[in-house]
Design a protein around this ligand. Sequence first.
Ligand code: NAD
Length: 338
Amino acid sequence: MRTQQLGVFIAGLNGAVASTLIAGVALIRRRLAEPLGLLSEAYVCSPRVARFGDLVFGGWDPLGETVLQAARRHAVIDGQRLAAVARVLAGLKPLPAARSQAAAVRDLERFRRRHRLERVVVLNLTPTAAHAASKLYAAAANRAGCGFVNFTPNQCNESRLTAIPYAGRDGKTGQTWFKSVLAPALQARGLRINGWYSTNLLGNEDGKIVGHPTTGKAKIRDKSKLLGEMLGYEPFHKVQINYYPPRGDNKESWDNIDFEGFLGLPMQIKVNQLYRDSVLAAPMCLDLVRFIDLAARRGETGAQAWLSYYFKSPYATRTHAADRQLGMLVDYLKTPPA
Ligand SMILES: NC(=O)c1ccc[n+]([C@@H]2O[C@H](COP(=O)([O-])OP(=O)(O)OC[C@H]3O[C@@H](n4cnc5c(N)ncnc54)[C@H](O)[C@@H]3O)[C@@H](O)[C@H]2O)c1
């Protein structure tokens, strides 16, 4: 067994986030890019998280193209950078989407044997609303003894995942992350938030799904409920997601915050964020893979609330304020294993 190496098996290997993550790791390994946007970089030595060179990728996707073709199609990373890692990405192709839990377990065991891996983490990056597939992959991870990360808003029958450590649900990458930074800061000043209007444009494949009134429902719910839970009262809160293809993976969001200060006098804040969807998400997924592996090595099982910082609907906690969530993460990492 190669004890240093960590297998990362991704459901949705040819998606925008997964292909950005894999291309990013290849670029970082060759020192062609800096590992920015990762919290786990601070913990490469102690407690030791897997190094970039230790990661071995595999995964499922119904699209039979190579990860190079997928990365080119998503156009998140420019062609010049992709050319530098083309050989690695062209050598990686997904297995077809698994049709049964037993088949998915077999895939994981084969991947483990082929690369002689002791540890494998399953990362769920299936499309929004792919609930059945997400449940199947989560159950397979549980049976195969692989830590599980659910970065999607999808249901995974989490209560059945008793044999492994897992974290989720729905990555808190941009607008909602900033909301969870700003709202507690305003509250800490004793200011009263009356209204928060959030809207955004997104033009990638995920934008097509989450911008739809039916399939986007869970995402809107995840983005909406945390404000009231953070503040302890319910200001008027409106969240909109609009599919707008010309922007592709580059999203834009606007927030208008109405609040009252001293003597109840009204004030406003306007926030305009121009993000790259997958560029925010990919390093967070890498952090999560490294941290869930750490939890597995410590013998943890069940929902890992200390990873709530990364999620809109964190399992096993209702703490949403970013500063408090970050405190939980740092405390866990500082605590020596039992
Ligand atoms: N990018 C972000 O900032 C962000 C934030 C929070 C959550 N997420 C979530 O991450 C997930 C992935 O996002 P993305 O932008 O990469 O989406 P994407 O649509 O680009 O990728 C999804 C991939 O899953 C594949 N797929 C479909 N059915 C499958 C199955 N049964 N098994 C395996 N693979 C399957 C698709 O072919 C596609 O390649 C989404 O659920 C999204 O909501 C993303």
